[in-house]
Ligand binder design. Sequence first.
Ligand code: NAD
Ligand code: NA
Length: 398
Amino acid sequence: MIIQPRVRGFICLTSHPEGTAEHVKQQINYVKSKGKVENGPKKVLVIGASTGFGLASRITAAFGSDAATIGIFFEKPAAPGKPGTAGWYNTAAFEHEALAAGLYAKSINGDAFSDDVKKQAIELIKQDLGQVDLVVYSLASPRRTHPKTGVAYASVLKPIGQAFTNKTVDFHAGIVSDISIQPIENQEEINNTVAVMGGEDWKFWIEELKAAGVLAEGVKTVAYSYIGPELTYPIYRNGTIGKAKDDLEGTVPVINDLLKDIHGVSYVSVNKALVTQSSSAIPVVPLYISLLYKVMKEKGIHEGTIEQMQRLFAERLYTGNKVALDEKGRIRVDDLEMREDVQAEVAELWKKATTENLEEISDIAGYRDEFFHLFGFNFDTIDYEADTNEVVPIPSIQ
Ligand code: NAD
Ligand code: NA
C-alpha cells in the first residue's frame, strides 16, 4: 500500500516501514561511527525498547558493545491494509540488522506492567541468556493496570496548586498561543500519575528478575528522568509528572538495597528534552524544544536520542571508572541542555516567540522533521508515493 502521514493532534496515525528502517539504520551507523564502548554491557534487557530512549539504548548496547538484547514493548503489528505502529517497524528493522551482524535479539510484545510479561521475560532470559548484566527501564505510558490489585490508573499532566498559563505551539500549524492548564483537583490525580510513571513497576521488575536468579553479579539497571528549565517547572518537574519522577528517583536506593548481595547498582539518568511520541503530548514543552534545538544547533552541541544514549553508555555507565553523579545521586546527560549560556539564550527567545517570528527564531522546522522521522516520514531516500509492503514481521515474534 501507499503509506503517507495521517496526523491527528500531536500524534501520527500511520508509520512507514522503509522510513522507520532508515531511521533505525541511521542510529546504528551513528553508534558504529563512535567505535566500541569498552567494557560495555553484554546481555541486556530493555523495557520500553521500541521507540525513543529505549530503542536508542538497545541500539547502543547491540552495536556499541555487541550485546545480546531482549526488548519489551507494547506495539501494534502490521496487518494487510493497516500499517503497524512505528515501534513495531523499528523493532523489525532492528532485529534484521542485529541478526545480520550476528547478534542475538529477541522481543516480547505485551504489557510490561503485567506479571505475565515479566514471567515471559524471565523464561526467555533463562532459556537463551542465563542472566542479564544490564536492565534498561524506559517505559512511557499514559496508563497502568496494577498487577497485584487490578486497579487501572491513568496519569495526568497537570500543575499542582495553581493554574499555569504560558506559551505553547501547535507545531504542525506553526501557531504560538497562550494556554492555561488547570491544576489538579485532588491528591488522587498525583497518586494516579505516580502509580503509572513512578518507580513501583521498575522495582517489581528488579524484584522478580532477582528472585528468578537471572541478574548477573554486578548487574546495572538504569531508568530515565527529566528536569528541564524553570519555565516548564509548573507543567513538568513541579507538576504531576514531576512527582512521578521524584518517586522514580526515590526508588534508586530501594533497588540498590535489593541488589546489594550481588553487587548490583541502579541509576536514574536525567536526559535532555527530545522530540519523542511522549514529549510531543506535553503542552508548552514542544515550543521549548524548538527554541532549545535552535540554540544548541547554533552552538554545535545539538544531540538527538541516539547521541544521548551513546554518551550515556560511553561516558557515564561504562567508563571503567566510578559513575559521576550529581548531588542527588543522579547521572546527568542533560548537562549541555542545562548549560547557563544555553538556558539564557532560550529564555530570551522564549519572551520574543510569536507565530510571526517562529520560523525565524526557532527550529520549529527541525522539530517537525524529527516528529515525522519518528514515524518514518520525511526521509529523502524514501519514495512516499511508491507502493510498500505494510506487513513486516518481527523475526523473533512472527
Ligand atoms: P517513547 O514513547 O518513545 O517510548 C516508550 C516505550 O515504552 C515504547 O517502547 C513503548 O512501546 C513502551 N511502552 C509503553 N507502554 C508500555 C506497556 N504497557 N508495556 C510495554 N511497553 C510499553 O518515550 P521516551 O520519550 O523514550 O521516554 C522513555 C523515558 O525517558 C520516560 O521515562 C521519559 O519520561 C524519559 N525521558 C524523556 C525525555 C523526552 O524529552 N522525550 C527526556 C528525558 C527523559
Ligand atoms: Na523508550
